[in-house]
Ligand binder design. Sequence first.
Ligand code: SAH
Length: 247
Amino acid sequence: MNSVTLHNIKIILVETTHPGNIGASARAMKTMGLGALRLVNPKLFPSADATVRAAGADDILSEAEIYDSLADAVGDCKYLYGTSTRKRSLQCEVLSPESATNEIINVMDNDINIGIVFGRERTGLTNSELDLCNKMVAIPTNPEFSSLNIASAVQIICYEIIKRSLITGQDNVSAKYENTPVDSSELARLYAHLEQCLIDIDFLDPLKPRRLMRRLKQLFNRTEMDQNEYNILRGILTAVQEKIKQK
Ligand code: SAH
């Protein structure tokens, strides 16, 4: 197994309340050969509880990267999967752990960071956090009792990753895409530009935004937009803005 590539899979825990769950997630990752842990605003970290529950996966805890927001934590990721138990009214494609990890193994490459995002113990991920993700992953569970402990969810996803990476043999995996997608931070700039442009042309009323931007983000999140396509769209938006300024 090529651990360099597996290191490009970032397990991202958002606002975890119990430090023990961070430790247990680190243990779950290490047993499956993953090592890159990112924490967004953990309530308490570092912590003795986390270290105890890591049961020897202390290296993952000490190397964990800490961020103030999910947007910052995923800025360098090209593919983002949000994990969730719940169906949302407006949501992107929902994959099984098998399908998601198949995709992940297929696109994995040394230059590509992939993020898998896990939510808060009580409330999961917010809609705007899920809107950063290209796809959602739901682990099949009892519909009447569907919520797993977060470290158990991490364990299942990481298990699917190691299973597939052993099957495919990491060394044979190369980038399947000639034009790899732009990073999440670039998409965030595009969305801000698009929103401003839609306001400038009176298509979007900032006082009554409804779900327009969410729908547009989900549309673009599905496209795996490459740098060329990104530059074209930014260029179009700039041209529209210049034209209306001249009028
Ligand atoms: N009540 C919350 C549950 C949070 S459980 C909710 O409805 O979202 C904490 C985290 O564990 C979730 O945000 C998700 O990242 C993960 N998780 C728990 N059960 C899961 C499942 N069945 N499928 C995918 N992720 C799950």
